[in-house]
Write a new protein. Sequence first.
Length: 715
Amino acid sequence: MTIQETLPVPGKSRAGSVPTHCPYCALQCAMSLTPTMGAVTPATVVGREFPTNRGALCQKGWTAADLLEHPSRLTSPLVREVRGDRTSRFVPASWQTALDEIAEGLLRTQQQHGRDAVAVFGGGGLTNEKAYALGKFARVALGTSQIDYNGRFCMSSAAAASNAALGLDRGMPFPLTDVQGAGTVVLVGSNIAETMPPALQHFEIMRAAGGRLIVIDPRVTRTALNADLHLQPVPGTDMALALGLLHIICAQGAVDEEFIASRTAGYAQVRAAAQAYRPDHVERLTGVPSSLLHRAATWMAEQSPHRHGRGTMILTGRGGEQHANGTSTVHAFINIALALGLPGGRNSGYGCLTGQGNGQGGREHGQKADQLPGYRMITDPAARAHVAKVWGIDPEDLPGPGRSAFELLDALGQRGGPRAMLLMGSNPVVSSPSAARISDRIASLDFLYVADFFLSETAALADVVLPVTQWAEETGTMTNLEGRVLLRQQAMVPPPGVRSDLEVLSGLAARLGQGQRFPAHAFPSDPQQVFDELRRASEGGRADYSSITYARIQDEGGVIWGGERMFVDSFPTADGRARFVPTVFTGVTEPTDSHYPLTLTTGRILAQYQSGTQTRRVESLVQAAGQPFVELHPDVAADLGIGSEDRARVTTRRGSVVVEARLSGAIRADTIFMPFHWAGEGRANTLTSDALDPTSRMPEFKACAARIELEVAKS
Ligand code: SF4
């Protein structure tokens, strides 16, 4: 009997609940899914006890099963009625026709314009198996260097800084439960009360035991309301704030001299650079009173391990990272962590709160333009030789590094850029900065092929759309924000007409003459075999999964790669020491001026997720948060004659959008905020800047100059 035959079929049968994990964010909350029973009882989920979520789910998690049998679910491949005319309507097609058409388009493009004329774009929500397979497909079946993924927009600055300073990028190098025992936790630009509410439990336990939470955020978010100290800097000045904190810590003589001497390099230069950031100067740069800076620095120092405190943690999120100086900003916070001797200490250290469901695993196994599986660099000859051997090809045949995500999207259809693209698990028409331009670039491609389970705004521009399985209909592993590799088991048979991404890649590889290199992906695919190949490809790499098996994950409830707590004795650098990296505050790329006097910052809200392809289709989430808005301070609104719920026009150098105005004293008067989950006239990313961090190539989503005016008063 095959696994398909043992599984409950939607609308026909029922089995007991299946242990699984949420399809959304990097907390990967554990849940139990009860599949569909009969035609009237839909699939349901309940939270399951697990170290990260302790049985709780957020609104998105509770409603995750609503999408499994959603009426707008794609269940047949779609092709254009008039081939080559994207204004013609989609018509259903067989899988054979659709895959033939895609393979023909890819081959023709490469024959006419070269291998790099085809781009591949992935997503941070894809399982490890799919992320691995997509990277292999790009490099082996297509031979293109042009692959990257939307995770580049998520945490690439923290990854770049962690690699350079600590020798490794693993979001949190300690379990989330360690938060409970800490004495001081600093959250930099992370609103976990809305983005991952179940995680708040750990912070509440920490505070109930006398620990203190410091939140650094320009907005008085729900997380900031729960904090013992809220520092509210001008958007884009987090690095100056970090330099000010280090200045105070050095001036107080609170650094861990022994740790610095025995386990780090480069402190003297960083200390010298921090001298210039006196608290009064930092107050002028950031707007944060120097008295609060002193209080934060004191709390951080007194709880650090060398002072026999309970532990100090610094956790960064997108607020600090999504800037053109994001990598340097993270370095500035890691420098504080090193000065206080936090890494490897009890309930202490630096970590990044990864956002997307498989943001961690997705960047470890080959979707990124410069990486091969196991977090190996594609420019490293030894790495190329190892991976090429696993893939059965000559290392010489492996392409080199390609363009980063935004640069890749911006090159589409342009002279020297890709002319065709295969896209999985991403919706850049909504999620990319300068989205109007990127939308035009995507539309200018000769061929666009998209695999998704709904007709996203990007899929709507495609030549061919392939309907693929959702989380509960396929087996695969995800790596959560702690580096914990989890198994999401197949719980339901997918609707007829739907295939997994692995099967899509196999079908295409066969048509490109490379089917023999993708045997485990063939219909029906075997994700476990793909994972076993990933294990071999990652062996010896920085993210080594070779000892992790499906059986171990099931037995142990997840396996944290590299060990639970890292950096206890040494760092994985050439000499075992961490690196202080000097930073100089540079400010935002686009300062305000008389035409654009406000700073626009963007982010997520509780009831929606990323580009909204899924959550905008869940009725209860739409009722909770159904439309885009701009949040502004009541004083600014009064000056501009904008009232609550009026329609307001927000304009930046990239364009303008019209959305509902919401007045809130929780935001700085010099700042406005928009969530980025919507398309069309409420698309926040129409406005955002495409300035890129020079190291991570992360776009500056979190700050650009804007103006706001009344469009239509509420009737
Ligand atoms: Fe899902 Fe994240 Fe919500 Fe947990 S916090 S239920 S993983 S969206």
